[in-house]
Ligand binder design. Structure first.
Ligand code: CTP
Ligand code: MN
Ligand code: MN
Length: 542
């Protein structure tokens, strides 16, 4: 319910229950007793209590004639929680019904005492959760719908101190392969990113969705102390630093980085010394480590756009190139540049990618490329279950060689070809890689080290570029699916699945109730199919 992780509350708490409640714990499995106290409608908050303990306590109450509700509703008169403070429960409560309800917010002690007494005991001050709420007028400071795809999130973030901290926690969780936690932090950060004003006080957060206990704690710490001790110590931790450095290599994911860290590797030097086998992608990533670690500027994205247009225009006149990813959302920098290619005539795009790649290669624009073929097949009975959001377009993950001249205007291809053929063989003057290679003379890639060239003065830089080809019939879905942000995409798919019983991918939208695909030729139509207000790319920066 509130967060999945509470399902993992250790079973040892069960033991506590029986000692808490004494021998009354034994009759909980007995038959249900009719509701003896109609004025008292109880709801036990799962948050911090855990699902199993909540279920146990609920059954216990029911067996003693209490009405204990499974779901929260306005008819609930008493909310019982354990180890929560009043504000936390109030925030949760506000997110449930979007406003005030006349309920008692009580500590578990009232419940256990009532169990022992066999009837609702008098509510004493010590049973009540302490709330700091003062002025009711300030309660609903902000409101936000709970799915990121229902909100408008521009690039203007008034809460960067908070959202940066939460994003770092998300990143750390993702790097540690704790995706559930990662998403929870991403969602919390996204809610704050969408707020029209800076948060200065916890009370402003009441009623906001997606703010779990952990995120609230971090926010509270920052509001009180200017920084989150958890985030600060995480940033300083050896493991986080090592994960950052190692996954900073293109082609190295969390799994590989973790394996290397377990083998004692913390930095590039140690990676080099370890003699670990690197695949072709990782060798390219290491070779261009510093360049790829630098943000790509909008002007560079434009320059690459011109090159891609020229390539596509040369091999298939009439084909169209669209900028996607972060730059389409209006970002001024990115970690790569993403393009979607299509042709207005269905089928003409087949086999396009290898031709584009050949053209780019012949012109010396590619330092690395890996092309995957299109493997998408539309099944009559709807998309395959587990991989429905995996996309199977013909795609090329590449590293472009962008000469300095290209950043301003297009350079003549002839000179470029010469220049590039030469520098493809030239060593990478990137100092870190120089150091790396200096140790061994050559590195995994087998590229020769030329120590004579001065470092840092090469006339080009490496830039990550993603190319995707889609047939025109899937273009709108591909455009929507590749514009991001990643969280926005994830939320769209979650919305489709949970609220609409539909499956959305970058290829298609399938209605699981009507058992048919819903066609669309624009993003607007897809939002309409999903029953969502249209959100333009510049407001998808969740
Ligand atoms: N994407 C995808 N499948 C992948 C990789 C990416 O569908 N294997 C989609 C993502 O969902 C995202 C878009 O492609 O919507 C762009 O991904 P990416 O380039 O990683 O992120 P950006 O939002 O462009 O961020 P940046 O500016 O840092 O590149
Ligand atoms: Mn991108
Ligand atoms: Mn990308």
């Amino acid at each position: 319910m509130y967060d999945k992780k509470s399902n993992m509350v250790p079973l040892k708490r069960r033991k506590l229950v029986s000692s808490h409640i004494g021998n009354t714990g034994t009759d909980c499995s007995g038959p249900e007793v009719p509701n003896k106290f109609p004025q008292v409608v109880l709801f036990l908050l799962e948050r911090k209590m855990g699902a199993s303990r909540r279920a146990f306590l609920s059954r216990l109450g029911q067996s003693k004639g209490f009405q204990v509700e499974e779901k929260f509703s306005r008819s609930v008169s008493h909310v019982i929680s354990e180890n929560n403070c009043g504000d936390e429960v109030r925030t949760w409560l506000d997110s449930q019904v979007g406003g005030q309800t006349p309920v008692h917010l009580l500590d578990i002690s009232w419940y256990t005492e009532s169990m022992r007494a066999g009837c609702p005991v008098e509510i004493l001050d010590r049973h009540k959760l302490q709330e700091q709420r003062t002025d009711e007028a300030e309660v609903a400071a902000f409101s936000a719908p709970s799915y990121a795809c229902q909100r408008r999130t521009t690039l203007v973030d008034r809460n960067t101190v908070l959202t940066d901290a939460l994003s770092l926690l998300a990143e750390n969780a993702e790097l540690s392969e704790e995706d559930g936690r990662g998403v929870a932090f991403r969602r919390a950060a996204a809610v704050l990113k969408a707020l029209p004003e800076a948060v200065t006080d916890m009370t402003q957060l009441r009623g906001l969705p997606c703010l779990g206990e952990h995120s609230l704690r971090v926010i509270k710490d920052i509001l009180a102390n200017g920084a989150s001790s958890e985030v600060e110590s995480m940033k300083q931790s050896e493991r986080y630093k090592a994960l950052k450095v190692l996954t900073g290599i293109f082609g190295v994911g969390a799994k590989t980085a973790d394996r290397w860290i377990k083998a004692g590797i913390r930095n590039l030097q140690q990676l080099q010394d370890s003699g670990q086998t690197l695949n072709r992608t990782q060798r390219a990533g290491l070779e261009h480590y510093d360049d790829l670690g630098q943000p790509v500027m909008k002007a560079e994205a434009n320059a690459i756009g011109q090159i891609v247009e020229e390539a596509v225009g040369s091999v298939l006149p009439g084909a169209r190139v669209t900028l996607i990813g972060g730059f389409r959302r209006g970002k001024l920098t990115g970690h790569d540049v993403d393009f979607l290619i299509t042709h207005p005539e269905e089928g003409r795009e087949v086999g396009l990618m290898p031709k584009v790649v050949s053209w780019l290669e012949s012109q010396g624009f590619l330092l690395y490329q890996k092309t995957t073929r299109n493997s998408y097949l539309e099944a009559k009975d709807g998309p395959a279950r587990p991989s429905s959001n995996m996309d199977r377009f013909e795609r090329c993950l590449s590293i472009f060689k962008l000469t300095k001249e290209e950043k301003g205007g297009r350079k003549q291809p002839e000179t470029l070809t010469e220049d590039c053929t030469e520098s493809v063989r030239a060593p990478d003057p990137d100092p870190r890689v120089q150091i790396l290679r200096g140790e061994r003379g050559t590195h995994e890639g087998g590229l020769e080290v030329d120590q004579t060239k001065p470092a840092g003065r090469k006339p080009w830089r490496a830039v990550r570029v993603d190319l995707v080809v889609s047939p025109i019939s899937q273009f709108a879905f591909a455009l929507l699916g590749w514009t991001g942000s990643k969280l926005f995409e994830r939320e769209l798919r979650r919305w489709a699945a949970h609220e609409k019983t539909m499956s959305l991918s970058s290829h298609a939208l399938y209605d699981n109730k009507q058992k048919r695909y819903l066609r669309a030729t624009s993003e607007e139509e897809i939002f309409a199919h999903l029953g969502l207000e249209y959100i333009p790319p510049s407001e998808r920066n969740a």
